[in-house]
Design a protein around this ligand. Structure first.
Ligand SMILES: [Zn+2]
Length: 246
C-alpha cells in the first residue's frame, strides 16, 4: 500500500470538533485521576503536531513493519550493504525505537495518568521543579534536541505528584516537535490537569540540527518560555526566574 505522508493535508491529530459539556469537565476534574489526552483531544488547538487521522487505525505490528521497510529502503538507497551483519537488524531496531521510545508520545496509550491530591497542607506558595531532562526530536530534520525544562505552578486546591511533571514533559517530548510547541503543549496540559492558569515553564535546549549540521554552532542554545496567570506578574515571574539562577 502506498503511503503519501506529504500529500495529506489533514492537520490534526485527534478529533477536535467534539466539545466537553460542563458536567463532563467537572466529572473529569473531580475524579482522582484522568487521562491527559481525554481533555486535550477535545480542545481546539492549532499548536498540535500534525498526525494523519488514518495513522491511528494501523496496528502496532503494521507500523513496525512499514517503518522497518522504509528505513531499509533509505539505507539501501544510500548504498549500504544490508547483508552486512552490523546493518542487517538496523531497520527493525530503528522501527522499534521510533515506536516505543523516540515517538512514543504519538500513541495516546502512553499518556501519563495524572493523579491529583487535595492540597491538605494548605501550601499556597510557588512550587517549582527544575532541571527536568528533555529529549525530543526536531520535526524539521528528525534529529534530537535536548536540554532542561523548569516548571512551576500555584495550586488551585489540587496538587500533583511531583514526578508527573517529568512524565508530562517526557510524553510531549516523545514526538516530532518544535521547541515552541513543546513548551505550549506542556503548559496547556498542566493548566487543564491542575485546573489553574498559574503555570510557568522555561525550556533550554541544544538542537543537533544547529550544532552538528547546517550552521554547525555547537555553543548556541535555545530558550523558550510560557507564562500565564500569576506568572504574568513581574515580581512573581522574577521570583521564578531567580530560582533558576541558583
Ligand atoms: Zn531542526
Amino acid at each position: 500500500m502506498k503511503t503519501d505522508l506529504g500529500k495529506n493535508k489533514n492537520h490534526y491529530s485527534l478529533p477536535s470538533t467534539v466539545t466537553l459539556a460542563t458536567e463532563e469537565k467537572e466529572e473529569i476534574m473531580n475524579g482522582s485521576s484522568f487521562i491527559l489526552e481525554e481533555l486535550l483531544m477535545h480542545k481546539s488547538d492549532n499548536n498540535k503536531v500534525s498526525i494523519r487521522n488514518n495513522s491511528l487505525t494501523l496496528s502496532a505490528t503494521e507500523k513496525l513493519e512499514r517503518i522497518k521497510n522504509h528505513i531499509h529502503g533509505i539505507m539501501t538507497t544510500l548504498g549500504l550493504d544490508m547483508t552486512d551483519d552490523s546493518l542487517r537488524d538496523t531497520p527493525l531496531r530503528v522501527a522499534k525505537m521510533y515506536l516505543n521510545e523516540t515517538f512514543s508520545g504519538l500513541d495516546t496509550a502512553n499518556e501519563p495518568k495524572l493523579t491529583l491530591f487535595n492540597n491538605d497542607y494548605q501550601y499556597t506558595q510557588m512550587l517549582l521543579v527544575k532541571d527536568i531532562t528533555i529529549h525530543s526530536t526536531c520535526e524539521h530534520h528528525l534529529v534530537p534536541f535536548y536540554g532542561k525544562a523548569h516548571i512551576a505552578y500555584f495550586s488551585s486546591g489540587k496538587v500533583i505528584g511531583l514526578s508527573k511533571l517529568n512524565r508530562v514533559a517526557k510524553y510531549f517530548s516523545s514526538r516530532p516537535q518544535v521547541q515552541e510547541r513543546l513548551t505550549v503543549e506542556i503548559s496547556n496540559a498542566l493548566k487543564q490537569a491542575l485546573g489553574t492558569e498559574d503555570i510557568a515553564i522555561v525550556i533550554e535546549a541544544n538542537h543537533l540540527c544547529v550544532s552538528s549540521r547546517g550552521a554547525q554552532d555547537a555553543n548556541s542554545s535555545t530558550t523558550t518560555a510560557e507564562y500565564s496567570g500569576k506568572f504574568l506578574n513581574y515580581d512573581i515571574r522574577n521570583e521564578f526566574l531567580s530560582h533558576l539562577k541558583k
